[in-house]
Design a protein around this ligand. Structure first.
Ligand SMILES: [Zn+2]
Length: 101
């Protein structure tokens, strides 16, 4: 759960994600790492206790660049590219605007 990462762990995992990305002409930062069954980029990492965990790459990037995601709130992309982890393309859906706007 990316949301439960502390700042230093989130930044460490974010750097691992940034080791394997591709910048597109449209400004997206595409994760080239593993994906789950729904095509979402996932990153494997070890937490501060040494336990192996996985997290959604875009949530880690949001956590590292912006801050904790409020409980239960999805992190969406305004570019709608499922592999994009560019922090400026990410936002937490808080219900204050229509889903997808
Ligand atoms: Zn993007």
């Amino acid at each position: 759960m990316a949301n439960h990462m502390n700042d230093s762990l989130a930044k460490r995992v974010a750097l691992a994600i940034l080791n394997n990305v591709l910048r597109t002409e449209s400004g997206c930062l595409l994760s080239l790492g593993r994906t789950d069954g729904r095509g979402k980029a996932r990153i494997q990492y070890k937490d501060d206790g040494g336990y192996r965990r996985t997290a959604l790459a875009h949530k880690v990037m949001f956590r590292a660049a912006v801050g904790p995601v409020p409980d239960g709130m999805p992190v969406l992309r305004n570019c709608w590219n499922v592999l994009c982890v560019e922090p400026s393309h990410l936002f937490a859906a808080d219900g204050s605007r229509p889903y997808g706007a």
